[in-house]
Ligand binder design. Structure first.
Ligand code: IVH
Length: 682
C-alpha cells in the first residue's frame, strides 16, 4: 500500500472504530459484531506497524495499552483542582442555602448530583482529541496518567462533535462494585492482598505502571465539572448536557432542584437507592446552577462557595456477638463468621458478619457476648468494626481461635506471611472436596452448567463422586432417580427430591460436552492453590501441555513472568501428590484437553468440508477458541457471510445485520451449545 493510501485508511479506520466503541460502551447499542470490530482493529494494528508515522493520538489501539511508565510526569493544573466542603447534616445544607441566597438573591436553582467515590481526574481534549488526563495530586499539580486513562472504554479518545480547541472536563474514575468483587476474588486466589474498597482499587489501578494491566481493570468514569467558560453556556446543567452531546459520560441521575425540599427529597431517595447501584457513592453534591451566580459566589482558598457535599452516614448498628462459626473454603482457608443477634441494617436484617481471620479478631479484641458495631461496606456481608467497651460485662469470654479443622479434625496450619489458617487435608476434608468439585464445574472452569451446587452435594453424599474424574464416569442409570432427603424443619415434614429423566440426561450430556474445554481452563479447574485464571493461562501458554508442567522445576516456573515463588511452590507440591497424578491420568483417559491448542493439531474431521462464520460473544469459549476448534475439527472459517457459508455460530451481541443476512440466505444459525454438540458427538 502506498503511503497516502495508508494514511487515509488509518484515518478512516480510527474514525470508524472510535464510533463503534462509543456505540458499544456509551450507548450500549453496538452496530457491528465483535468479530467485525476485531477485524478492523487488526487491520489498523497492521497498518500502524508498517506506517508508524501515521499513528494518531485518538487511535483505539492506544486503549489496549501503551508503553509502561516508570514515573508519571507532574503537570500543573490549568485551573486548580479544588475539593468540596463536606457536611453530614441537614441544618448545614440550610445554612449553605441561606449563605447562597444572601450573596446572590432569592432566585437560586441548584443541581443535585451523586458524589462518586473514586479518584478525581481532569481530562483535556485538544481539537477534539484526548490529550491529557491528570490526577488531582495536591490540587495545584497532579500526575499525568493519560496512557492509563486511555484504556477506560467509556472515555472517548475523540469527541463526537466539534468542541473548542482546548476543552477541559473533570470527573471521577471509579471501579464498579461487581468488577471490584471479581478482581478481589481473583487476587485472593493467587494470594495477592485484596483491595479494601472499590475506591482504593480504582486509585491503585490508575497508578499502575503498565497500561496493559490497567486495561484489564473494571474502571469507569463519570464527568461532572467544566472548569473553563464556554460560549453560550450559562448554567452548570447546560454545560453537562453539552458535554453529553460530545460523547462524554454524564450521570443521568443529575437533577435540577428548585427548593430545599427538592434537595432533601433527592438526598433521601439516594440514601437507600444507592444500594442498588453497581458503583459506590458516598454522598450527594449540591451545586448552584447559574454560572453567573457561581462567579458571584467565588471560591475560598480550598473550596467553591457555590457547592457543598452532603455525605451519607455509614449505616452502623450495635448488636450482640453470640457465637463464632468457622467455615472451611475450597482451598482449606478457615473463615471465622460471627453469629449476631439479628438486627435491621439499611433495609436488610443482619445475622452474620465476617471476622476474616485470627489477627482481626485479636486486633478488635472482640469477645463472645460483647456489644459490637456492625457496618455495611462495599462487601456483600457486613463487617464488625469495633466493640462497645462500655457495655462489656465480666461474662464476656475471649475468643479461642480453633486449632483443628471443624470438618475433618486435621490440625490447622498458618503459613508465615499469610493471614488465614488452613486445613491441610485438601483431598479428604469434605467441604474442600465439595468446594473443589464446585470450582471444577464452574463457568470459568469446565462450565458444566447442568450441575449446580445442590447437585454436587447430592452426588457427593451418595458416594458417586469423590473427585472430578468420577464425574466422567457417571451413567444415566446411576443418576436417574437419585434421591436427596431434605431434613424436616420445624413443623414441616421431611421431603425428598430426586433427579428426573431430563436432569439425568442433561448431566451426562453436560459432562461429555466439557471435554472440549481448552487446556488453560482445565488447568484452572484443577483448583491448584494460587493458580487462578490468569496464572493458568500463563502456565498453559508457556508449557503447552500438562506433562511439561508436571516435569517443570522450581527455576523453570519462577523464570516465567509474574510467576513467583509462592505459585511455584504450590504447583510443585500439587504435582508431588500421587493422587493428583492419578486424577490427571483418569481425566486424560476421558478425553479432557491437556494440551494447548495449536492450529495445526487436528482432532477430528467432523467438520470437514464445512464453512463457518463466528460472531458475537460466547460463554464457554472466546471467539478465537471457537475458530481454532473449527479448524482442528477440519472446518474452515470465513470472514463474512455469503452463499458459501454453511453455518453461522451466533453468540450474544451479534450484529442484527449479520443475522438478517444469514436468514435471507437461509444459512442455519447455531448456538455455542449446538456447535459443541457437533464436535463432541461420537
Ligand atoms: S465537583 C470545584 N461533583 O468529591 C468542584 N465532585 O471533595 C469540583 N466528587 O474532589 C468537584 N462526585 O473528587 C464534584 N458530582 C461531583 C462529585 C465530586 C465526586 C469528588 C471529587 C472532589 C470530591 C469532593
Amino acid at each position: 500500500m502506498i503511503k497516502e493510501e495508508a494514511e487515509n485508511r488509518i484515518r478512516v479506520l480510527v474514525l470508524k472504530l472510535n464510533q463503534y466503541n462509543f456505540e458499544y460502551y456509551n450507548l450500549l447499542n453496538p452496530t457491528i459484531s465483535d468479530f467485525e470490530f476485531d477485524q478492523l482493529l487488526k487491520e489498523l494494528e497492521t497498518l500502524e506497524k508498517e506506517f508508524p508515522e501515521f499513528i494518531r493520538d485518538d487511535s483505539p489501539t492506544l486503549r489496549v495499552g501503551g508503553e509502561p511508565t516508570k514515573d508519571f510526569a507532574s503537570v500543573i493544573h490549568r485551573y486548580p483542582m479544588l475539593s468540596l466542603s463536606n457536611t453530614y447534616s441537614e441544618s448545614e445544607i440550610r445554612e449553605f442555602d441561606a449563605r447562597v441566597r444572601k450573596a446572590v438573591g432569592e432566585t437560586v436553582e441548584y443541581v443535585c448530583e451523586l458524589k462518586f467515590d473514586g479518584l478525581s481526574i481532569g481530562l483535556t481534549y485538544e481539537n477534539g482529541v484526548l490529550k491529557q488526563a491528570v490526577t488531582r495530586g495536591d490540587g495545584v499539580q497532579g500526575d499525568d496518567v493519560t496512557n492509563n486513562v486511555r484504556t477506560i472504554k467509556t472515555i472517548p479518545l475523540r469527541l463526537q462533535k466539534e468542541a473548542p480547541d482546548i476543552f477541559e472536563i473533570r470527573g471521577e474514575i471509579i471501579m464498579t462494585i461487581s468488577g471490584f468483587r471479581t478482581l478481589n476474588a481473583d487476587r485472593e486466589e493467587v494470594g495477592d492482598a485484596p483491595f479494601a474498597n472499590p475506591r482504593n482499587a480504582a486509585a491503585g489501578s490508575i497508578k499502575m505502571q503498565d497500561p496493559i494491566q490497567v486495561a484489564q481493570r473494571p474502571l469507569d468514569c463519570f464527568l461532572y465539572y467544566l472548569p473553563g467558560s464556554l460560549p453560550e453556556i450559562t448554567s452548570h446543567y447546560q454545560g453537562l448536557q453539552y458535554a453529553k452531546t460530545l460523547g462524554l459520560k454524564i450521570s443521568d441521575d443529575t437533577t435540577i432542584c428548585n427548593s430545599l425540599t427538592e434537595i432533601f427529597d433527592f438526598i433521601n431517595k439516594w440514601d437507600t437507592a444507592r444500594e442498588l447501584l453497581d458503583y459506590e457513592t458516598d454522598g450527594i453534591v449540591i451545586k448552584v446552577n447559574s454560572l453567573a451566580q457561581q462567579k458571584q459566589l467565588g471560591f475560598t482558598a480550598k473550596n467553591p462557595r457555590w457547592a457543598i457535599a452532603y455525605k451519607f452516614k455509614t449505616k452502623r448498628v450495635e448488636t450482640i456477638l453470640l457465637s463464632i462459626d468457622y467455615q472451611v473454603g475450597r482451598t482449606g482457608a478457615i473463615t471465622p463468621v460471627a453469629n449476631l443477634r439479628p438486627i435491621q441494617l439499611g433495609g436488610t436484617i443482619v445475622k452474620r458478619a465476617s471476622l476474616h481471620n485470627a489477627d482481626i479478631i485479636k486486633n478488635l479484641d472482640v469477645r463472645l457476648g460483647d456489644f459490637v458495631y456492625v457496618e455495611k461496606g462495599g462487601e456483600i456481608i457486613p463487617k464488625i468494626i469495633g466493640v462497645n467497651l462500655e457495655k462489656r460485662t465480666p461474662t464476656a469470654t475471649s475468643v479461642q481461635f480453633i486449632s483443628h479443622c471443624p470438618e475433618c479434625g486435621s490440625l490447622l496450619i498458618k503459613n508465615e506471611g499469610e493471614a488465614a489458617h488452613f486445613c491441610p487435608n485438601e483431598d479428604h476434608c469434605p467441604p474442600q472436596i465439595k468446594g473443589k468439585l464446585e470450582h471444577f464445574i464452574s463457568r470459568k472452569a469446565m462450565n458444566i452448567d447442568s450441575l449446580g451446587e445442590g447437585k454436587i452435594e447430592l452426588l457427593w453424599e451418595s458416594g458417586l463422586v469423590k473427585n472430578p474424574a468420577d464425574l466422567y464416569e457417571l451413567t444415566y442409570d446411576q443418576l436417574f432417580g437419585l434421591t436427596k432427603v431434605i431434613p424436616a424443619e420445624g413443623v414441616k415434614s421431611e421431603k425428598k427430591a430426586s433427579f428426573r429423566e431430563k436432569t439425568a440426561e442433561n448431566i451426562v450430556h453436560g459432562v461429555a460436552q466439557s471435554k472440549v474445554i481448552p487446556f488453560q481452563k482445565v488447568l484452572f479447574a484443577l483448583g491448584i492453590r494460587f493458580v487462578g485464571e490468569t496464572v493458568a493461562k500463563k502456565l498453559a501458554n508457556h508449557f503447552q501441555n500438562i506433562d511439561n508442567l508436571q516435569n517443570a522445576l522450581f527455576d523453570d516456573l519462577v523464570a516465567i513472568e509474574d510467576i513467583g515463588e509462592r505459585i511455584a511452590d504450590s504447583v510443585l507440591t500439587w504435582f508431588s501428590r500421587p493422587e493428583h497424578i492419578e486424577l490427571i491420568e483418569r481425566l486424560r483417559k476421558h478425553g479432557l484437553q491437556f494440551e494447548s491448542m495449536n492450529r495445526l493439531d487436528v482432532i477430528s474431521d467432523k467438520l470437514a468440508g464445512k464453512t463457518f462464520v463466528v460472531s458475537g460473544v460466547f460463554n464457554h469459549f472466546s471467539r478465537e477458541e471457537i475458530k481454532q476448534l473449527i479448524e482442528k475439527h477440519g472446518g474452515k472459517n470465513l470472514g463474512s457471510i455469503s452463499s458459501q457459508t454453511n453455518y453461522l455460530i451466533a453468540g450474544e451481541k451479534m450484529g442484527p445485520a449479520k443475522k438478517a443476512k444469514a436468514e435471507k440466505l437461509g444459512i442455519p444459525i447455531i448456538t455455542e451449545d449446538q456447535f459443541e454438540e457437533m464436535i463432541s458427538s461420537n
